[in-house]
Structures are given as C-alpha cells and as structure tokens.
Design a binder for this molecule. Structure first.
Ligand code: NAD
Length: 266
C-alpha cells in the first residue's frame, strides 16, 4: 500500500499545475469564466477576474480570496484592454470568455444587433488576441471560448454562428503568429452549458428535451466540464498543442442543433 504521507506532497504538486502563474480571465464574473476562475485558483494560479460587469468582477475576486484581483474591462473597448494588461507585468495565461448572442432570423435581423454580437464575440476576440499577444509572457497561453455553433449552424443564430466561426479561424492565425514566442493559442467550443446565458433555452421544456435528444451523452454541460478543459489548455499538460479547437459538448456535434427559434416563436 502507498504511504499517504509520502504521496501527499507529490499529489499537491501535481494538482497545483498553475502554481506561480498569473491568469487573466475575461468574462470571469459569471458562468464558464467564473467556473474556470475557481478551478484555476484551486490549481494554484493567481487570478485576475476581468469583466465589463465591474461590480460582479469585484464580488467574485473577493469570493475567491487567495490574492485574486479584479478589473473592469470590456472586450469591445480597446482602451480598457490596454489598461488591463498594462497593470500586470507578468501574465502567463489569458482565458477569454466574453460573448453575447442576440437571436433572430436573418431576414428580420437588425443591423444594430449584428454589430453588437460581432463587436463582442469577434472584434472583441481580436482585441484580446492583440493585447494578450503583446502582454503574455513567452510560453504563455491564450484560450478563447468559441461554441458548438462555430461548426454547427443554428437557425436564428446567424450573427453568433458567424462570429464564433470567425473566432476559431482567428485562433489558428494567432497560434501561427504567437508560436515564435512559445505562446499557444487554442479554443474550446462548448455545447449547451448551464449558465445565465442560456436559461432562456433550458427553462423551456420542449427546447431542453431537444437538446438532450441531440446530445449523445444525454445531459447539459456544467461549467466544471469546461473549466477542466480550460485548465488543461492553460497548463503544461497541453504543451504541444496550439491552433486547436476542442469540442466539449457531450457529442452534440455528431447530431444536429435544435430548432430553437421555431420553438421560441410558438
Ligand atoms: N453557456 C453555453 O451554453 C455556451 C455554449 C457555447 C459557448 N458559450 C460561450 O461561452 C462564453 C461564456 O458564456 P457563459 O455561458 O458563461 O455566459 P455568462 O453570461 O454567464 O457569462 C459571460 C460573462 O462575460 C461578460 N461579458 C459579456 N460581454 C462582455 C464584454 N464585452 N467584455 C467583457 N466581459 C463581457 C459578462 O458580463 C459575463 O460575466 C461566451 O463566449 C459564450 O458565447 C456558452
């Protein structure tokens, strides 16, 4: 039998895979970002929660303790990202979770809504890549949260699908450009994950049932499901991976996306 006293320090070293590293989590005040922030802290990271919701970011940093910091940052406002990265001299990992969706069919879709979705989910991702790319320490990591909708079309999600598909290509370009400094750029494409963003879908039984039917593993994702993969991509366990987009969706990419709009409009 193994002596627990001998294995404990090694186990701790193994679990604290981000010890001594600073991670900036954008969109960290809620949902997937908040789940990742908690996971990264347990892995030993010093976390900065950045969000356009300043009060939310502050509250979350206080909840985390262990030296967690917070900042107000809006990915659509370049100046706020410049300020965010200027404040921290060494950043090892950036996780960008900022994203919004405004559903609507293309023929009725207001240009203003298109611009809002693209501004946050694609232009914002470019601005994060630009400023994180400058600020990250050599060997650092940039991880973006894309979506199942980057590869699976959904009626009524035109702007969101286009933005997330753009984000996955942007990830590949960032990986090429940042590789000479050993910085790895990857993305995670979650399926339906229970967060405040999707309560409008999960609270409609007919829609929830269709998601479950189209998810081979038969359940929604949790923020922990995504946080584990984000930790993997931020850690040395993935040190030979860059330009990769990981589907984390219970197998939903193997089936079809529910017709959410048809059910919402009924
Ligand atoms: N929940 C899902 O089912 C799901 C599925 C696929 C992809 N995603 C993506 O995951 C990411 C996180 O979503 P979530 O479900 O955790 O949502 P959420 O609404 O719970 O959290 C999003 C966070 O991002 C912040 N944010 C929004 N716009 C911002 C901006 N312009 N600048 C800075 N912060 C901003 C919000 O204030 C919030 O704290 C998004 O990019 C979303 O598109 C979510």
């Amino acid at each position: 039998m193994t002596d627990p006293q001998k294995t404990a320090p090694q186990d701790m070293a193994e679990s604290e895979v981000l010890a001594g590293r600073r991670a900036v989590i954008i969109g960290g005040a809620s949902g997937i970002g908040w789940g990742a922030a908690q996971r990264f802290v347990r892995a030993g990271a010093r976390v900065v929660i950045a969000d356009r919701d300043a009060q939310g970011a502050r509250t979350r940093a206080e909840q985390l303790g262990r030296g967690a910091e917070w900042a107000e940052a809006d990915v659509a406002e370049e100046l706020t990202l410049e300020r965010l990265f200027a404040k921290h001299d060494t950043v090892h990992s950036v996780l960008n979770c900022a994203g919004v969706n405004i559903p609507g069919r293309l023929i009725d879709y207001p240009l203003e809504s298109w611009r809002t979705v693209l501004e946050v989910s694609l232009t914002g991702a470019f601005l994060v890549a630009k400023h994180a790319g400058r600020a990250l320490a050599d060997g650092g990591t940039l991880t973006s949260i894309a979506s199942l909708n980057a590869r699976q079309p959904a009626a009524g999600f035109g702007a969101y699908c286009a933005a997330k598909a753009g984000l996955t290509m942007l990830t590949e370009v960032a990986a090429l450009e940042l590789a000479p400094r050993g910085i790895r750029a990857n993305a995670i494409s979650p399926g339906l994950v229970e967060t405040p963003l999707v309560t409008g879908l999960t609270s409609v039984p007919e829609i929830q049932a269709e998601f479950t039917d189209n998810t081979p593993l038969g359940r929604n994702g949790t923020v922990e499901d995504i946080a584990e993969v984000a930790l993997f991509l931020a850690s040395d366990a993935s040190s030979w991976m860059t330009g990769e987009v990981l589907d984390v969706n219970g197998g939903a990419h193997l089936r079809r996306y529910p017709d959410v709009m048809a059910k919402l409009s009924r």
